[in-house]
Write a protein that binds this ligand. Sequence first.
Ligand SMILES: [Fe+2]
Ligand SMILES: [Fe+2]
Length: 398
Amino acid sequence: MTEKYDKDEARGFGISNAAQRLRNYGWIARRSIKTLSGWFLRIGDFEHKYALSYHLYDNSEHVTWIRNRLGEMRGGNPNANIQPRLRELCDIVMLAPADTDFFAGYYGVLQAEVIKSIKADLKEFDRSANANEIRLLRRVLKDLEDQQAWFLSLGLDVENNEWAKEIKALIESMGGLHGELPHGEPYTITNYQPFVRPERIHFDSRITVGPLCSYEEREKMDAGQATIEQFKVFFNEFYAAALLASILYDAADSDYPWEMSADFSRHFWDEARHSEFGCIRLRELGCEPDRVNPVLFDESQGLPLLHRIAYLTRGLEAYFMPRKGKRVKDYEKVGDIRSQLFADQDWSDEINHVRYGSRWTDFLLDDDHRDLDDIVEEVKAHLSTVRGKPVSTIDAPF
Ligand SMILES: [Fe+2]
Ligand SMILES: [Fe+2]
């Protein structure tokens, strides 16, 4: 038994109080999915995008763990009793004027406050009565401390960041995340612009937009060159991650089941990782990633949520699927174990993605007069309009 869980010192929290704390952390984690998916599209540095994708999936897991525990607790409705100031805080934190402000406000202030608050709760929990909450929040804390370490490695000046000061004042005015500390002066941030979800994925000057080699061209190349071009296509999976980010962002303010956001959080993280596979392998092969072709994401914008899910999971991913197993075997044949590792993991992830697609297109089509084929036809009609020529099959130029 560690000192800080000494039963004589800790007073412990009853069910109602413990559940409220979990609800607050769960709310912050759930709203972080909207915040991080929006900023994934907006920030320019692609390596920061990778970090955000890992963090988004952490948050998704935290929501699931917290919901599971709340489900066991008397009166554990996950959405009850979130104080309005906490809701407001979680929505305002994404309205940062620029990338640096967002990092300072979200990680430097809000996340630092969550870490402080969880540590304070861990000191107060009773080692035995609150054993469930302790186990759960220790795991959450570990992830958040890892995220915080990444943020600190950016070396940003939080103290002197004007946006961060505003977020800090807001938290002080509401008496901390649980609203239990003395409340500061009422504080309202008025000087902000609404966040508009980008319809284009932003990149800094390291990345240019341009065409990639087609599959047929790669098939004709020698193995070395084909591998480089193939991992450029992996790097380009930013288009799929961006599509998922748009789905997560748009779903965040609707009353879909939590499990839908959980599945697409996983899917989103997988696609960002597949892009990271490309970045890692290209660098190993002496080639710095410098190009994306986000056309498939760009053309999907304007489609409703259901259609974007169908387009990606039942159209594009189904189109790419037959290449996956062959690629793993081809790398094995030439003894390229490193490339095979990435291709193997990618193939396995893709099988889940098609499964998520079936699950949620079926759900969204429940009670609809249309079926999946009708939706795919509507997607083709949309693509025909966007491209200005008839589109009869769903495919990709790379
Ligand atoms: Fe992928
Ligand atoms: Fe996928």
